[in-house]
Design a protein around this ligand. Sequence first.
Ligand SMILES: [Zn+2]
Length: 258
Amino acid sequence: MSGPDWAVPYITKRDGEQGVPESMLSLRYNRAGRPIGIRYTHELARNRDDRDVLWARVSQDLSPRTMRPVGKPLFALMHPARQRETMAALRCQVCHGQPSRNKLGYLFLEMAGHAEVEGIVTAQPPVCLDHAVAGINDCRRLHERGYVLLRSKVPRLHGVIGQVFRAVGHQIEALPPLLHDDGSDYPIPYTRGDLMPYVLASQLVRRLTGVTLVDIDAELEAAGRDRLAIRRGAGTRCPAHRAPSLRACTSRTASGSP
Ligand SMILES: [Zn+2]
């Protein structure tokens, strides 16, 4: 597969994909009439995952022929359902095909700057070898900040990034965003049973364990692949790391929630 549509990451949000407004959220009560979390006014079964976490509803514009998203890409944003689907199934974040995987595990491309690579918590799904090359070569943010290419034997489901609400009487109120000191999103682990019922999730995150740092040239050689040939065929854009034509790159993995 080749061409400009293929070059846009599957998980990237597209212009025109609309989120359901927060006014459609309300408190969820138990039988005793006590608030136990948040819900959509007209909730659908697919709005919750198998851990009962509520997910941001955003429309999707998919080509009926290819089932690929259409519309102008908004590279700084991820589509909640597509990111969740891709991360849950451990597919390549760009082409949605099988990611690179060998005896050392799944391949992930991360921003540099981690004090310890074992245990990195990430919202970036894995990549196939072609899209690892594309990200390394074409992502300006990775050029500026550096990158780590790694394999994880066990990328464990860890939690979600999302908006946290609280009950105020019979109303709900959005709490300030949970952020790290560097301004990046703070993932909420599933162990936070007090917060999770009040979270509107927009990104699924995994903790990478059994981590080995790897080298792209050694990976390509082992796979019998040629970097230049891959670049000619792909020209991929890296979601959340790169904007069109390398002009407006952002490191913030902003959510696609309303
Ligand atoms: Zn790929």
